[in-house]
Ligand binder design. Structure first.
Ligand code: 13P
Ligand code: SF4
Length: 324
């Protein structure tokens, strides 16, 4: 069944949070929509989502949902991946400006020139890139499966890895495979202050340090555990420790605190004590924008069909490969 939006004239913005949530719930039902949210979303968005996950889990969910409309509360490359996997569905992103510095750091034309210089390489791209870069890749990976997938690639073939240099370096170390790495970076994970981390470690010597692999190498070296957002969450649930210093976007702390009210979780400030550890793109989505996009069915994600078909191949390859 294809969803038809009957709400042609946009009703006024509900005036309270409660009314806003009620209006979102009504529209979600009427449109047969599913709300997918990444862990870096504001807690109030996480609380009304149908499913919360890391990039890999969200991609799998987007590929398998029966909903007619996917509202992607995350960033552009995530919503784009959902559209690549489910072209027949309407995919909405509450704020079209919700981008990603890693995707911005890797323009498709420059990436094509980089690939041309290494014609014999297998091209592995982190999912944090545009559809146009995915379309030029042999395999997509996420932070949760990158090591496992790279480890399975033929040993006699050299590998290009893009666009995150920090993740690339970490994958290289873990897999033992030599990678030629594109020099992209996450503007959020690069801001964590080593000095602030060391102070926290001194004040809480029993705390476990857990980190996302997009962090700088010097911080990863200080971590007890490195993993994707879902893996960090899983680690805090299964580890007997009761205190954790968390080196990733602090949105994830909402799930940790909710699931483990008796454990303590600390985020790490950025250099100079700034709160730049919050992803400015992820945080562009708000409840009001979520309501608005369901009311107007805009902004929706559109991809040129030729690019979509090419980008689908390395994503499907990833989804078909065993990660453990
Ligand atoms: P995950 O793979 O953990 O979802 O991370 C995505 C991301 O953008 C991290 O900054
Ligand atoms: Fe991109 Fe970094 Fe934001 Fe993740 S945290 S979406 S990698 S800018």
């Amino acid at each position: 069944m294809t969803a038809v939006c009957t709400a042609k004239t946009v009703s006024p913005v509900p005036s309270t949070k409660k009314e806003l949530k009620g209006a979102i719930a009504e529209l979600r039902k009427k449109l047969n929509a599913v709300i997918l949210a990444h862990y870096y979303q504001d807690p109030e968005i996480q609380d009304i989502a149908d499913f919360i996950g890391d990039s890999l889990e969200l991609s799998r969910r987007a590929a398998s949902t029966n909903a007619d409309v996917i509202v992607f509360c995350g960033v552009h490359f995530m919503a784009e991946t959902a559209k690549i996997l489910s072209p027949e569905k309407m995919v909405l992103l509450p704020d079209l400006e919700a981008g990603c510095s890693l995707a911005d750091d890797c323009p498709a034309d420059e990436f094509a020139a980089f690939r041309d210089k290494h014609p014999d390489h297998i091209v592995v791209s982190y999912i944090n890139c545009t559809a146009a870069v995915k379309a030029q890749s042999d395999l997509i990976c996420t932070s949760s499966n990158a090591v496992a997938l790279v480890s399975q690639l033929p040993k006699d073939r050299p590998i290009l890895f893009a666009p995150d240099q920090n993740l690339g370096r970490w994958v290289q170390k873990q897999s033992g495979r030599e990678l030629t790495i594109w020099p992209g970076r996450c503007m959020v994970h690069e801001t964590f202050s080593e000095e602030a981390l060391l102070k926290l470690k001194m004040m809480h010597p029993e705390a476990k340090v857990i980190a996302h692999p997009e962090c700088l190498e010097n911080l990863l070296e200080l971590a007890d555990y490195v993993g994707s957002t879902s893996k960090l969450l899983e680690y805090t649930e299964t580890n007997p420790g009761t205190k954790f210093i968390v080196l990733t976007e602090p949105g994830i702390l909402h799930q940790m605190k909710q699931r483990m009210p008796n454990k303590e979780f600390m985020d790490v400030p950025g250099i100079d004590g700034c709160s730049c550890n919050e992803c400015p793109y992820m945080r562009l989505n708000t409840l009001e924008k979520l309501w608005r996009c369901l009311s107007t069915m805009k902004p929706s994600i559109e991809i040129e069909e030729g690019v979509r078909q090419k980008a689908l191949i390395p994503i499907q390859r990833m989804l078909n490969m065993k990660a453990k």
